[in-house]
Design a protein around this ligand. Structure first.
Ligand SMILES: [Cu+2]
Length: 119
């Protein structure tokens, strides 16, 4: 076996390993929520990706700490919810999703994104 072939094999193994790690690591950032979760709004949403249960009421407590007007509004388009987030005040959004899937929420200008995974 030539050295070139060995290098190609090693590189492809590393490539697969990286892909595997990348998707696993990405998955880990999803926060599983059962009853309620505090989401900090500060230059984006944290946690950004949450998973909630279908048919169960979950409270999302949004607390905006970022004074930029950009994040003032919260839009959960799939749930037909639009809320104004006053600075440093908790705004509770209650969701009882009937469908599973992935839903996004954004700021009023569609610049910042968060994801809700319904299982
Ligand atoms: Cu915005």
């Amino acid at each position: 076996m030539s050295l070139y072939k060995i290098i190609v094999i090693i590189a492809s193994i590393l490539g697969m390993g990286f892909t595997y790690w990348f998707f696993l690591a990405k998955k880990e950032r999803e926060v599983q929520v059962s009853d309620s979760v505090d989401i900090t709004v500060d230059g984006g949403y944290s946690p950004e990706v949450i998973s909630i249960q279908k048919g169960r009421t979950t409270k999302l407590n949004f607390i905006r700490k970022d004074p930029t007007a950009c994040l003032e509004d919260l839009v959960l388009g799939d749930f037909k919810i639009r809320k104004n987030l006053p600075l440093n005040q908790k705004v509770v959004v209650e969701l009882t999703p009937q469908k599973s899937g992935e839903f996004t929420y954004t700021c009023g200008m569609n610049m910042y994104h968060g994801k809700i995974i319904v299982k």
